[in-house]
Design a protein around this ligand. Structure first.
Ligand code: HEC
Length: 116
């Protein structure tokens, strides 16, 4: 029947654009959520620059404090490095009072994944 096939075509277009809209909305939403604290390296790099770079260098090359290159080998366990940064020692300030546990964890994860 001609009237039926004719009326089908105009219906397809809004549905198709709706589907495209839904897909692009999903992409935008997932991009937002992954940038909002799930990825520690984003805030970790900012926190590192603010708290550590003056002694360890913006690239972890070392200034007053030692180079952090290969820090994941120095501290095979992430927890050990978190404890060290929290407690300090030997010229390294303690950060447990000035930074939250989550912030220290974010910085530590940033240094482990960035300075190799
Ligand atoms: C005032 C300067 C200073 C600041 C700021 C500083 N550090 Fe340090 N850091 C040091 C010194 C000095 C040492 C060496 C301590 C030692 O040898 O016992 C050190 C050692 C370290 C070590 C051990 C490295 C190794 O190879 O043994 C790590 C990891 C570290 N710092 C991470 C950080 C992080 C993360 C921050 C920021 C939250 C930070 N430091 C801020 C001075 C600093």
């Amino acid at each position: 029947m001609h009237p039926v096939t004719l009326s089908k075509t105009p219906y397809l277009r809004p549905l198709t654009s709706l589907a495209i809209l839904a897909v692009s909305l999903g992409v935008v939403l997932s991009a937002c959520s992954s940038g909002g604290g799930e990825t520690p390296s984003a805030s970790g790099s900012v926190l590192y620059a603010a708290n550590c770079a003056r002694c360890h260098g913006s690239q972890g090359e070392g200034i007053i404090g030692p180079s952090l290159a290969g820090v994941a080998q120095t501290f095979p366990e992430e927890d050990g490095q978190i404890a060290f940064v929290s407690n300090g020692g030997g010229g390294m300030p303690r950060f447990s009072a000035s930074l939250s546990k989550a912030d220290i964890k974010a910085i530590v994860e940033y240094t482990r994944s960035t300075f190799k």
